[in-house]
Design a protein around this ligand. Structure first.
Ligand code: ZN
Length: 302
């Protein structure tokens, strides 16, 4: 397994604050309080224990694979209403469009190199993207012969067969992860790839900051562990080719937090500027898949 260039993913520090403000307000006003005691969205186990409450939402932790998930019922209609509102009030605004321009410029080269490892520059390639950063990925694929289709909320309307599906922070909000992964599998050609970007619940900052970590339950209904995410893919017939947690912000999120939860050890590292030690910790976290942001490359092989 290779370590993907981390420059790609240090994105949160340039994201406009208005996005978080919008999402935070929406969650404050949300009053859906029916709990569904359903199965783990990664491994299907029914064994869980309480993790934490955030806004009106109830997170539990799977006892088998350590994935975090929300037990509140959110209907497809409520999710649609939320998606339409955030599309209109955040993603369509010029501030967000400008942010994507900056992000595309920063990430273009590294994404192109990453895609060229498994896509051929000579062949025609059908790509389907789902997420809210389609311009960034369309730009990174410009040098390939690509037919590029983008969806923001659901793959339901996808009918074609694709060589590549890019699932950009979509697993997290799925009401039913099985439905989403099966649909993607059906729409992939044999030997086609899926590139998944997702927050993961097995990383340092989420496990340390817990309910104080930057999780929004409607956006982050399923915060699978990296192992849970791999299990979910394998149980749907995918071969996991590569998994990385390239985030380097975990350490900084933890040491810069004002949370009472920060272990004294980290406070010490920060207070005396142990930059070398912090750098080694960041590298160790990447190498051992212990960051809270992951990219997983899977292939349809059967
Ligand atoms: Zn599980």
């Amino acid at each position: 397994l290779s370590i993907v260039n981390d420059k790609l993913f240090d994105i949160y520090d340039i994201k406009p604050q208005t996005i978080d403000d919008f999402i935070d307000n929406y969650h404050r006003d949300f009053d859906g309080n029916t709990l569904m005691h359903d199965k783990c969205p990664a491994c299907g186990s029914g064994k869980y224990r309480f993790a934490f409450d955030k806004y009106v939402f109830h997170y539990v932790e799977c006892q088998e694979c350590c994935s975090l998930y929300v037990q509140n019922a959110v209907s497809p209609e409520e999710l649609k209403k939320y998606s339409e509102k955030i599309n209109r009030e955040v993603y369509a605004k010029s501030e967000y469009v400008d942010y994507l321009e900056v992000l595309a410029e920063k990430t273009n080269f590294d994404l192109e190199v990453m895609f060229s490892r498994f896509l051929s520059i000579e062949e025609d390639i059908d790509v389907c993207y789902i997420g809210n950063k389609s311009t960034v990925f369309a730009r990174a694929l410009e040098k390939f012969n690509v037919r590029f289709v983008a969806y923001s909320n659901t793959l339901d309307d996808a009918t074609a067969q694709y060589d590549l599906i890019i699932m950009d922070h979509h697993i997290e909000k799925a009401i039913d992860t099985g439905v989403v992964v099966r649909k993607a599998y059906e729409n992939l050609k044999m030997n086609g790839h899926m590139y998944i970007l997702s927050r993961v619940g097995s990383g340092l900052d989420i496990l340390t900051l817990w309910e104080e970590s930057k999780l929004y339950p409607i956006e982050h209904r399923n915060v699978l562990s990296i192992d849970g995410l791999k299990m979910l893919m394998e149980s749907h017939g995918f071969k996991v080719k590569e998994a990385s947690t390239p985030g380097t912000l975990d350490i900084d999120n933890v040491i810069n937090s004002s949370s009472e939860k920060i272990p004294r050890f980290f406070r010490y590292l920060k207070s005396f500027h142990k930059e070398n030690a912090l750098e080694e910790l960041r590298a160790m976290i990447q190498k051992n898949l212990l960051s809270s942001f992951s990219t997983v490359l899977v292939q349809k092989v059967k």
